[in-house]
Design a protein around this ligand. Structure first.
Ligand SMILES: [Zn+2]
Length: 78
């Protein structure tokens, strides 16, 4: 058995989900860091509504501060 294949693996990247509150049912729908304005469909009620995109500078900040998620690994497990 390959011993290395059983070792825990740290994160190698990340996606940031943002919640958008549906104006119809007021429940949140997750969207993976939308960079453009658009229309999404509520996962709860199925209605569609327009969203404001995420500022790309905020995403650059998250990626820089966490080294694209790699620095977020719990050091107790490294
Ligand atoms: Zn809804």
């Amino acid at each position: 058995m390959n011993r290395k294949a059983q070792e825990p693996v740290p994160p190698c990247g990340m996606h940031v989900l943002f919640e958008y509150e549906c104006p119809h049912c007021h429940r949140p729908t997750d969207v993976n860091a939308p960079s453009q304005p658009g229309i999404i469909r509520c996962v709860w009620c199925g209605n569609r509504f327009p969203i404001i995109p995420v500022d790309p500078y905020v995403m650059d900040y998250f990626r820089l501060m966490t080294c694209d998620g790699r620095a977020a690994a719990d050091p107790d497990y490294l």
